[in-house]
Design a protein. Structure first.
Length: 232
């Protein structure tokens, strides 16, 4: 897939979108984005990269866009155009195993070994100057939490929640405390596809207004769950 040129994809109304890794939650978001593109007459495929490399590849024009990132990255990556409508809203949460006591409003932050995923800028910002361990994937993050190698993990409801649901049921991993932060994530397109931006904005706005986006996420979860059961 990586060897296919973006020109060949675009010529057939097909785009290659870079994506930050390939956790289960990312697969659900990818499913939703696929359906949005179908509504405007395009087909998309994904290629996975670690950390910031995903958005860097999109900015360099080696792919046609970036799956999902927070707002404002066009100031850093000038070749990318941010859509005006977010296609996913996520909540960052603390995950613990068992009955670990962790109080974010006290010195517990400083005394706790905190796990995050490399390249997730929000998690890196929230834990700056703290005792953190950064892992290459959300799967590795939760495996280390399960093994007791870290005290807590920071992940989102969508990606972290799916990881626990699909791979750690019955292991006493759960969210703890209030939501740390809620952010909206946006799709970015390389500037050569500027003409597509208003079409995608309009479709996402329509879906958000009428509840269609939530329905697509339910569908995406069901598709992922079905594939997981089949592979088992």
């Amino acid at each position: 897939m990586v060897l296919c040129s973006d020109a060949a994809f675009a010529a057939e109304n097909k785009l290659l979108i870079s994506r930050f890794k390939n956790a289960d939650g990312d697969k659900v978001v990818s499913y939703v984005l696929e359906q949005i593109y179908k509504q405007v007459g395009y087909e998309i495929a994904f290629v996975d990269y670690p950390g910031k490399k995903s958005v860097e590849k999109a900015n360099a024009g080696e792919t046609d866009g970036e799956n999902m990132r927070r707002a404002g990255l066009e100031r850093i990556y000038p070749n990318l155009i941010q859509l005006s409508q977010p296609h996913v809203d996520i909540n960052f949460r603390i995950y613990i195993k068992g009955n670990n006591v962790f109080l974010p409003e006290t010195d517990s932050w400083k005394k706790t070994k905190i796990g995050i995923v490399k390249g997730v800028i929000v998690s890196e910002e929230m834990t700056k100057d703290l005792n953190t361990v950064a892992y290459d994937s959300v799967g590795e993050l939760f495996e280390e939490l399960n093994l007791g190698q870290i005290d807590v993990a920071i992940a989102t409801d969508l990606i972290g929640g799916l990881e626990v649901f699909l791979h750690h049921q019955g292991e006493q991993i759960k969210t703890h405390g209030a939501i740390l932060k809620t952010i909206s994530l946006y799709h970015y397109l390389h500037k050569r596809h500027e003409a597509l931006v208003p079409l995608l904005n309009k479709e996402i706005a329509r879906l958000r207004k009428h509840g269609g986006l939530e329905k697509l996420y339910v569908e995406g979860f069901q598709v992922l769950r079905s594939k997981t059961k089949t592979s088992d």
